[in-house]
Design a protein around this ligand. Structure first.
Ligand code: IMP
Ligand code: MG
Length: 177
């Protein structure tokens, strides 16, 4: 076992199975529509690259990087865009691809941003979700796996920029063993 990690919470098999299911649902729902997948960096990159390969429709691909403030600073409704997309999404169907939805604040802001930019629709797809942590009831159109309120890493998710490359989702050790 790797130092600093406690146990595997979601196996690669379970992740890959869920990715297939989500890809099949998306392929069915967006048939005949102009779809652009927007991966949220950095965490969403691993899921994004798996997901795009199980979608059987022609899709556009882009990436965005944002920093979100903690719950205390959110009344301002601000997220900072560190890297924006370079696709013109006006009139196109946007699907935001995220690693994990926690409070829901980041995705809520991004959803509003793309509606303002006149996307034909804005969907949300996440591989992991912590429903018990939600502060905003953001509509998740494609939700992979619900997990408990534990800090997790792997499959794109980091702790201080470490562990993103682990193929499974792990619970971080708290120190008490
Ligand atoms: P929120 O939904 O706006 O609270 O933000 C969710 C984002 O916070 C995720 O995309 C992750 O980048 C990060 N995050 C939340 N929980 C965890 C975790 O357990 N491990 C690693 N990153 C997390
Ligand atoms: Mg993230």
């Amino acid at each position: 076992m790797m130092k600093g990690l406690k146990e595997i919470l979601v196996s690669t098999d379970e992740l890959q199975q869920k990715v297939k299911e989500l890809g099949a649902a998306i392929s069915q729902d967006y048939e005949g529509k102009e779809l652009v997948l927007i991966g949220i960096l950095k965490g969403g990159a691993v899921f994004m690259s798996d997901l795009m390969r199980v979608i059987t429709l022609p899709v556009g691909i882009d990436y965005m990087s944002v920093s979100s403030y903690g719950a205390s600073a959110t009344s301002s409704g601000v997220i900072t865009i560190k890297k924006d997309i370079d696709t013109d999404i006006r009139g196109k169907h946007v699907l935001l691809v995220e690693d994990l939805i926690d409070t829901g604040l980041t995705l809520q802001h991004l959803r509003e941003l793309f509606l303002m930019r006149e996307a034909a629709s804005v969907g949300i797809c996440t591989i992991l979700s912590k429903p018990s942590r939600r502060l905003i009831d953001v509509p998740i159109d494609y939700c992979g796996i619900d997990i408990p309120d534990e800090f997790v890493v792997g499959y794109g998710l980091d702790y201080a920029e470490q562990f993103r490359n682990l193929p499974e989702v792990w619970v971080v050790a708290t120190g008490e063993g």
